[in-house]
Design a protein. Structure first.
Length: 412
């Protein structure tokens, strides 16, 4: 409460024990003249006096301003941060950024790439080209070119059998995806988990080759010379062929799948526009976890996918006539029906079964992915990717046994 002056009144009129009143300069009767119920002020002296008095009361009752006490520790910390900025950050920024932009370099032949300064990681995380520059493209969601698999219900009995098998191979960490063409029933064990692809990455490369052919970029009869730039180790016979030998796109695509030839794969990826072009198209197809990051051979396992996305690619090769023409799909399936490696999923199938597939092996990951057609006409997609100790036989044994379990369940 403000400090107020007491106004003294007659005791018989008011009880002054409980109230305090603001002192107001008395208004004298001779200050006003009454005329026709109107009042007129003869002098402004009373108003001026009241104004000065109110101002005095306001200032007198205003709380005093407190000066903030300076904390020595806070001042020391602020000063230290300022010194760090002045003597480290600012000189670094000046020498590495400001100079490169505004100060002429004494090395006239060296040009500063301002874009790389602004985006230093774009060269190795990009997966697309835009206006001649590297960029990053996310998967297509609304207008994806590939159709998704139409899943019905899970197969609990088969899943239980495969789970029991996994327990018998503790060193093998598999991903399994099975999809039945007739019913849409499926099995999903770690099918959305990312695994190294090894040579199974050649399936999206093959798709991109035929998409490029259908776009009119080149034809199956076009040839590419085998130069030392493309010659590489690992699987395939092309590495032993004579330098500058000419090979058609058709032949390169065939041995890429049947022999898993690494040199042929790199030649085809160069033809379609390098790994970046393959990755860009993979996003357009609607896949987000499949990516080519390394030219073959990929011993470190940087190229990756999931079992489910690989199954989706197989389904679209086989069934989606809006994605690829019949001629292209038949050609691709013919390659996949003559793969030399028949020691994995195919080893667990019954006699007379047809298997259209692609295998992959980098030591720590062994896999197989394909379409099974049984003698009775039963058709299903199966993808098994198995992480294992380097070159451990348990990986192969697991895949063969899992294939046998799946086959027996599907044909019964």
């Amino acid at each position: 409460m403000p400090k107020l002056a007491k106004q003294h009144w007659r005791a018989d009129a008011y009880d002054v024990r409980s109230f305090e009143y603001q002192k107001i300069t008395p208004i004298h009767a001779d200050s006003y003249t009454h005329s026709s119920s109107n009042y007129r002020t003869h002098s402004n002296s009373s108003y001026t006096g009241n104004q000065a008095y109110y101002s005095h009361l306001r200032n007198e009752n205003r709380p005093p301003k407190r000066r903030k006490k300076r904390n020595p520790l806070q001042a020391l910390i602020s000063f230290s941060l300022l010194c760090i900025m002045m003597f480290t950050v600012m000189p670094f920024a000046f020498n590495n950024i400001t100079k490169s932009i505004f100060v002429p370099t004494p090395y006239k032949n060296v040009e500063t790439d301002l874009r790389k300064l602004a985006f230093p990681t774009q060269d190795y995380i990009s997966n697309a080209w835009f206006l001649g520059e590297r960029s990053f493209r996310y998967q297509a969601t609304k207008n994806a070119l590939m159709e998704p698999l139409k899943e019905n219900v899970n197969m609990p009995v088969l899943k239980s059998e495969l789970t029991d098998l996994i327990e018998l191979f503790p060193t093998v960490k598999p991903a399994i995806y099975v999809w039945d063409y007739e019913t849409g029933n499926y099995i999903d064990i770690n099918a959305d988990k990312i695994y190294s692809t090894a040579s199974i990455i050649k399936i999206p490369v093959l798709i991109d080759v035929f998409k490029s052919i259908e776009a009119g970029q080149f034809s199956l009869e076009d040839t590419i010379p085998l130069t030392e730039y493309f010659r590489t180790e690992g699987s395939g016979s092309l590495q032993f062929k004579a330098a500058n030998s000419e090979y058609t796109i058709d032949k390169l695509a065939e041995i890429m799948i049947t022999e898993s030839d690494n040199s042929a794969t790199n030649m085809l990826m160069t033809k379609v526009g390098s790994m970046t072009d393959v990755n860009q198209n993979i996003r357009d197809w609607g896949l987000k976890n499949t990516e080519v990051q390394t030219w073959l051979p990929d011993y470190k396992g940087t190229n990756h996918t999931t079992a489910k996305e690989m199954a989706q690619m197989l389904y679209n090769i086989d069934e989606n006539d809006k994605f690829l023409s019949d001629a292209s799909r038949n050609k691709m399936l013919n390659y996949m029906g003559h793969v030399h490696n028949n020691r994995l999923i195919q080893a667990g199938l019954g006699a007379g079964s047809v298997f259209l597939h692609k295998t992959g092996d980098i030591g720590t990951m062994l896999g197989d992915a394909g379409i099974v057609i049984t003698p009775t006409g039963k058709k299903y997609i199966v993808v098994i990717l198995a992480n294992r100790p380097h070159n451990a036989v348990a990986g192969k044994d697991f895949i063969v046994k899992a294939s046998e379990i799946i086959y027996n369940y599907m044909v019964k």
